[in-house]
Design a protein. Structure first.
Length: 261
């Protein structure tokens, strides 16, 4: 009798463990309800250029090292963007090269910050029927518009062309995003000060893109605008990199850290 009871308890415990393991597997196979939330955030395959168009040209969002938020007609390292999700419909917009977040003040003026401020740097995302994306302040509802006009988003209303964005696949090589960081981390070998033989990097250096001076960018990066037909029939500028390639250790990660005032 005692032996039978022990065997019965063991079978019960095993059955419970099996049920728990099956439940975990089921939970892991449930599809992610949001295309913005997932472990792939920070993956270079998610890097994009946010393109908007007028009747005459295509423009891209650019977040500069000095904090300037502006539009540009060329795809540059400073126009490489990473969209990072806080919730399914609320995101942060990060300039990868400058490591600065797009933000908006109470008046609707865009600026950038090295930290993600909850009130200023989170945007609601909406996919429209024409497959264009709009981003509006989660605090004020004001649309982000590259032309600078201020309008509160309301479904069904006419929206400015330059507030309608189309994510474009990143065309800037990853080494262009990390080139200056690697140069700064190189250790000078006194026996080979001009690095005739090889370059060495310090161990333990972080993988984030380090800000660089605009003057350095002009020297290191030569941009040649090549005109091609865009999706809207306009002109799209493509950059032709001439900087030497460098071996990367892996993709940079940009976790979303929200600063609460």
């Amino acid at each position: 009798m005692y032996l039978n009871n022990r065997l019965g308890m063991r079978d019960t415990v095993l059955a419970l463990l099996l049920a728990v393991l099956q439940g975990l597997r089921l939970g892991e196979t449930v599809p992610n309800p949001s295309p913005l939330v997932g472990s792939n955030w920070g993956n270079p395959r998610r890097y994009v250029h946010l393109q908007t168009s007028t009747d005459f040209n295509n423009f891209y969002l650019e977040i500069r090292l000095d904090g300037t938020v502006r539009k540009t007609t060329i795809r540059s390292p400073y126009s490489v963007i990473l969209l990072k999700a806080e919730t399914r419909e609320r995101i942060a917009i990060l300039g990868v090269k400058s490591s600065r977040y797009l933000c908006m003040d109470l008046e609707g003026n865009p600026f950038s910050s090295p930290i993600c401020l909850r009130d200023e740097c989170l945007f609601n995302h909406k996919l429209l029927e024409n497959n264009r994306d709009v981003y509006y302040s989660s605090r004020t509802g004001i649309l982000f518009n590259l032309e600078g006009s201020r309008q509160v988003f309301s479904a069904g209303q006419n929206l400015p062309q330059t507030s309608l964005f189309l994510p474009k696949k990143n065309t800037v090589p990853l080494e262009r995003l990390l080139l200056h960081r690697e140069k700064r981390n190189q250790v000078v070998d006194p026996t080979d000060p001009h690095k005739v033989y090889f370059g060495q990097t310090e161990e333990g250096s972080d993988s984030r893109a380090v800000p660089e001076d605009d003057a350095d960018l002009e020297v290191e990066v030569e941009v040649e605008a090549e005109v091609e037909a865009g999706d809207e029939g306009g002109n799209v500028s493509r950059e032709t990199p001439v900087a030497p390639k460098s071996k990367l250790n892996g993709p940079s990660q940009f976790p979303l850290h929200i600063h609460y005032n």
